[in-house]
Write a protein that binds this ligand. Structure first.
Ligand SMILES: Nc1ncnc2c1ncn2[C@@H]1O[C@H](COP(=O)(O)OP(=O)(O)OP(=O)(O)O)[C@@H](O)[C@H]1O
Ligand SMILES: Nc1ncnc2c1ncn2[C@@H]1O[C@H](COP(=O)(O)OP(=O)(O)OP(=O)(O)O)[C@@H](O)[C@H]1O
Ligand SMILES: [Mg+2]
Ligand SMILES: [Mg+2]
Lengths: 158, 165, 158, 165
């Protein structure tokens, strides 16, 4: 039981380190067991050092750096324990254009193993999509689905 | 295993029968504010057996039934069906395709079906349990929720790892 | 004391109704006193009906509808009790392009009375700005200010 | 009354002396993730007398002093000065311009100045109290904070109205 947890921790930590560097283009991150001698109860801390910066409290990170770190951890867990599908609802709203692009590239990578249903209006993410659905409310209060052509997408993208 | 189809009727803002067909890969959903995109996320959560109305942004379970608009009256039932591909034998059932259906009536009565055969809610839970899918774990990240994995206590983060174990 | 609160409530409610319609292009919203007979202790509820929809729990509103409602309330309070300046840090990140435009128009209106310092990378908001500052970290870990030309802005805008 | 100038040195990621000049109207700040935009918001909050380190995203007050980078060592002091136009007589002081300065040393010592004259923190608080500016109320909306006014309890919303009263 404790051994299984330790194993998972080691695997997720390894994946987290790698995905973090992929998303940040450098830097380092670590999952740390608060009490390594109490594997059945220990909490898990996150240590982050964005490229070129000093290691700091998670709280001092910027909105975008926090979002990117969270995405790195979620993707790391997906890598270790693949889910057949994953629904992501506007998770990159805090990322700037450059980070959205790195996120979209990572998503394309992971999409070979996992089906992603993504709600987004970010251009980088849209460009990685294979299928596109548009939701509208032409009749107020009632949602309808439409197939979306590429030009409409570019108008929608922000 | 992958999602093939989602059929929604009377669920939140999807008053009319609506069908989304999925392929493997990345499926993108776009649309203006309030058009119903996150309601699709809620529909997937709900049909997989979500019991916490708070996770569906509501107050009481009845809130997921189309409540009407200025031009339309409310409906008496919400129904969502999710069809998954099972040709890889991911689920321990004989079928190549599995369709899970959930219905809720304003009376409070519910129906649950697997491939059109009535079952209980717990049968749906057990079907997806241990697959790392859906309500538990990290395969559905709701709007505004991605930061949560950073802001939770170290103990809560531990349970996230335990689920991956 | 109670009378002052009642007065403020009436004024903010009136402003909130108006600003809401300006931002949503319709619909209606209301501030409601939970216990109108206990003016010194009553809480304040918010009732919202987006255009064409039914009045619903705040929680059922979409991410963008909630953000727009919150902005309407904040602007209403600013209208009733003008602050000389106001700092807004990426408050429109959940709004789609059409709503960002309405927000930017409202901001331009209010900017006659109030100075706004706005952090944003949304195109609509940027177009309403009079002065533009860019923050960079060419030397990693150290922030620097640069003056921004319009072409750089268009590249940055999302 | 409007902000004329913000001078930041050693505050968070602004290791070098940095000056922002403001005019009336809309001043926009842009830049990539983590470049320091919200740190500017924090600097304004801090110089107005913010005492809650949590509102500045830190753990202890010392967190606002430049902590160094891979290429630079940390600094021993953070200083922020905010200059406001007072030609309308908005503040009950004789000057056309008022500059408020706050310094924090790693030792924990602090300096507070109004137009270069040392004063106490409470003098800065009192200068801005009743103006609806800064730390109280709704004139500084931090990143991710706009939804708060909707998610707080009705009683908390009441205090917001009381501040506007
Ligand atoms: N039971 C219901 N009946 C009718 N409409 C409902 C019901 N439940 C929710 N809605 C409406 O659905 C809309 C919310 O949709 P949703 O959250 O899916 O929007 P969205 O497309 O994700 O928007 P955003 O881009 O702002 O996040 C709201 O306007 C809400 O009032
Ligand atoms: N005392 C300090 N010394 C050095 N760097 C610091 C200090 N405090 C915070 N930082 C750094 O400042 C950066 C955060 O900056 P800020 O929050 O202003 O970014 P931002 O431009 O608002 O980004 P975003 O667009 O993602 O919101 C972080 O990388 C953080 O590590
Ligand atoms: Mg949404
Ligand atoms: Mg920021």
């Amino acid at each position: 039981m404790a051994r299984k947890f330790k194993e998972t921790y080691v695997q997720v930590n390894q994946a987290f380190r790698e995905v973090f560097v992929q998303l940040f283009g450098g830097g380092r991150a670590e999952l740390v067991l608060c009490e390594p001698d109490y594997l059945l109860e220990t909490g898990v801390e996150i240590i982050v050092q964005p490229p070129g910066k000093k290691t700091q409290n998670l709280s001092l990170l910027s909105g975008g750096e926090r979002a990117l770190t969270a995405i790195a951890l979620l993707m790391a867990m997906l890598k270790v324990r693949p889910s057949p599908f994953c629904v992501l609802d506007e998770i990159e709203s805090n990322l700037d254009e450059a980070n959205v692009q790195r996120f979209a590239d990572l998503l394309s990578d992971f999409a070979k193993e996992t089906q992603f249903i993504v709600i987004s209006h970010r251009k980088g993410t849209m460009e990685a999509a294979h299928v596109l659905y548009g939701v509208t409310m032409e009749e107020t209060g009632v949602s309808r689905l439409v197939s979306v052509k590429l030009e409409d997408v570019e108008k929608e993208a922000s | 295993m992958y999602l093939k189809k989602l059929e929604v009727q009377g669920f939140k803002s999807f008053a009319d029968k609506t069908k989304l067909e999925f392929k493997p890969g990345i499926i993108l959903v776009v649309g203006p504010n309030g058009s119903g995109k996150s309601n699709i996320t809620d529909a997937i959560r709900w049909v997989l057996g979500e019991q916490s109305i708070k996770s569906l942004r509501g107050d009481k379970m009845e809130d997921v039934i189309f409540a009407g608009s200025e031009q339309r009256r409310s409906l008496g039932m919400a129904e969502v069906s999710l069809t998954v591909d099972n040709s890889s034998g991911f689920f321990p059932l004989e079928y190549n395709e599995i369709t899970v259906t959930r219905r809720l009536y304003r009376s409070g009565e519910s129906d649950y079906l697997i491939n059109r055969v009535p079952c209980r809610l717990r049968d749906i839970h057990e079907l997806f349990m241990d697959t790392g899918i859906g309500r538990e774990g990290f395969s559905i990240i709701g709007q505004g929720k991605v930061d949560e994995v950073l802001s939770v206590k170290p103990e809560a983060r531990r349970s996230l790892l335990e689920e991956a174990a």
